[in-house]
Design a protein around this ligand. Structure first.
Ligand SMILES: Nc1ncnc2c1ncn2[C@@H]1O[C@H](COP(=O)(O)OP(=O)(O)OP(=O)(O)O)[C@@H](O)[C@H]1O
Length: 404
C-alpha cells in the first residue's frame, strides 16, 4: 500500500509557515500605522532621558492594530534600554484593581503574593515598594481597559492611577487600550485629571490599506506568485466592510492558504477566499453559540422548534411556551417571559435570529422572529451542550405547543 502520508509531502504543494499569520505573531512592519508608532515612541522616549512618560490612551475599533502596535513599540523600547519593564495586562482576565496590583507586584519580583486574601492597601504598598526596589521604569499596558471599568467601575482606574501619581519618584506609566471612544467622557473628572494622558487614535483601515497590510504580512510567508492579487483584494474588501478590520482579513487569508494546502492546490485564488469566508462565518457562529448562557441556548432551540412547527416567523408568546416546556423537560426553572424577550433581542444582536415588528391591529405591535440560516448547523452546535443533548426536537408537536 502507498504510504497514505506521502501526498502531504508532495513538494508541489504550497509550503508556508502559517504561524506568521497567527494573531499572537508580532510583525516587524506596520503599514499605515507609522504616525501612531511615531507618536507612541515620542511619548515613551522620555524614559531614555530618565523621566516618566505621560500616560497614553489608545483608541480604535477592533482589528485596527492597537494591541500589536503597542506590543511592537514597547518591545523596541525594551531592546533600546534595560531601564524599563513592560507589563502587559489583559483586563478580560485581570478585571479588578486587586488582581492587577497582585499581578504587577508579582511581576516586579519578590515572594509570590496570593491571588486572594490581602487587603488592597497592603497590595498597593507592596506593589509600590517592589517597583521602587527595581529602580526601573514600569510601563503597564492595560489592554481592553473598558472591560476593567465596566466590571469594577471608574474607581478601579483611580486606584491604579494613584500608583502612578501619588508616590514620590515612582516611575510608572500606563498605556490603556480601548475600543470604546466614549470611555473618557464617562469617567468622573477626578479620574480624568489624574489620567493626564495623551491619546493616540487608530482609525479603521480602508480596503487599500488592508491590501497593503496583507501583502506585507505575506512577504514573510512565501515569495510572489503563490497568492493571486485578486485573492488579496477580496480579503481586503471583506475586512474593510467589517469596520476596517485587519484581523478578519488576515484570518481569512490564513484560512484560504490552509484550504489550498489541504486540497493540494498550487495557488491561493478568490475561490479559496470564498471558501475561507464560509468557514470563518461558521467558526464565528460556532463560537457565538458555544459561549451563550444556557437559557439563551434553550431560547434559541425553542425558536427553532417553534419555527419548525410553524414555518413563518414566530412570535414571542409561542417561543416562550416551547421554552417553558423544554426547560421542564430538561429540569431547568424557566425565566420570566420578560427575560426571554430580552434574550431574544440579544440573539438577534448576534445575528442568530432575525426580528420583524408586526402590526397586530387593535392588539398593538408584536415582534416576530425567524431563524434564517443554517438551522441544522445551529441545532448541531446547540446539541454539543450536554445539558441540551438529551433533548429530542421530534418530541415537540403542534399539539404539544398548545398544551400548557
Ligand atoms: N498595520 C498593520 N500591519 C500588519 N499587521 C497588522 C496591522 N494592523 C493590524 N495588524 C494585524 O491585525 C491583527 C489584529 O490587530 P490587533 O490585535 O493589534 O488589533 P486591535 O486593534 O488591538 O484589536 P482589538 O481591539 O480587537 O483587540 C493582528 O494580527 C495584527 O498583527
Amino acid at each position: 500500500m502507498d504510504n497514505p502520508f506521502s501526498k502531504f509531502t508532495n513538494s508541489r504543494t504550497i509550503q508556508a509557515d502559517l504561524s506568521l499569520l497567527e494573531e499572537n505573531y508580532i510583525p516587524d512592519s506596520f503599514p499605515h500605522r507609522e504616525k501612531q508608532i511615531n507618536d507612541m515612541v515620542t511619548i515613551l522616549s522620555s524614559i531614555m532621558r530618565n523621566s516618566r512618560p505621560s500616560n497614553i490612551i489608545v483608541y480604535g475599533k477592533t482589528g485596527t492594530g492597537k494591541t500589536s502596535t503597542t506590543k511592537y513599540v514597547t518591545r523596541m523600547l525594551q531592546e533600546a534600554t534595560s531601564n524599563v519593564e513592560v507589563i502587559y495586562v489583559n483586563c478580560e482576565i485581570y478585571d479588578s484593581p486587586y488582581s492587577i496590583l497582585v499581578y504587577v507586584a508579582n511581576f516586579a519580583g519578590g515572594e509570590k503574593i496570593p491571588e486572594l486574601g490581602w487587603p488592597v492597601d497592603r497590595i498597593y504598598r507592596e506593589a509600590v515598594d517592589r517597583i521602587n526596589g527595581t529602580g526601573k521604569f514600569f510601563v503597564i499596558v492595560l489592554d481592553e481597559m473598558d472591560r476593567l471599568i465596566k466590571k469594577s467601575g471608574g474607581d478601579s482606574l483611580y486606584v491604579l492611577l494613584k500608583l502612578m501619581t501619588d508616590v514620590e519618584n515612582v516611575k510608572v506609566s500606563m498605556i490603556g487600550i480601548t475600543n470604546d471612544t466614549t470611555l473618557l467622557e464617562n469617567l468622573d473628572s477626578r479620574i480624568k485629571s489624574r489620567l493626564n494622558q495623551e491619546s493616540i487614535v487608530f482609525p479603521p483601515y480602508n480596503a487599500t490599506e488592508i491590501r497593503d497590510i496583507i501583502a506585507s504580512r505575506l512577504e514573510k510567508v512565501f515569495g510572489p506568485g503563490v497568492v493571486d492579487d485578486t485573492a488579496i483584494n477580496l480579503c481586503a474588501a471583506i475586512g474593510a466592510q467589517e469596520h476596517g478590520d485587519a484581523r478578519k482579513a488576515i484570518d481569512l487569508m490564513r484560512i484560504a492558504i490552509e484550504i489550498a494546502i489541504r486540497e493540494n492546490r498550487l495557488k491561493v485564488t478568490e475561490k479559496e477566499v470564498y471558501e475561507a469566508r464560509d468557514k470563518y462565518e461558521m467558526n464565528v457562529m460556532h463560537e457565538a453559540i458555544n459561549t451563550l448562557p444556557i437559557h439563551s441556548k434553550i431560547v434559541l432551540l425553542s425558536a427553532i422548534v417553534t419555527q419548525e412547527i410553524e414555518p413563518n416567523s414566530v412570535i414571542t408568546g409561542e417561543i416562550y411556551e416551547n421554552y417553558r416546556r423544554i426547560c421542564e423537560d430538561l429540569g431547568f426553572t424557566p425565566l420570566t417571559p420578560r427575560r426571554i424577550s430580552d434574550l431574544l433581542t440579544e440573539l438577534s444582536d448576534y445575528g442568530l435570529i432575525v426580528v420583524d415588528e408586526r402590526n397586530m391591529g387593535k392588539y398593538g405591535r408584536t415582534r416576530g422572529f425567524s431563524v434564517v440560516k443554517e438551522i441544522e448547523t445551529i441545532k448541531k452546535y446547540l446539541m454539543e451542550d450536554e445539558n441540551l443533548s438529551m433533548f429530542k426536537t421530534s418530541k415537540m408537536t403542534k399539539q404539544a405547543r398548545f398544551d400548557s
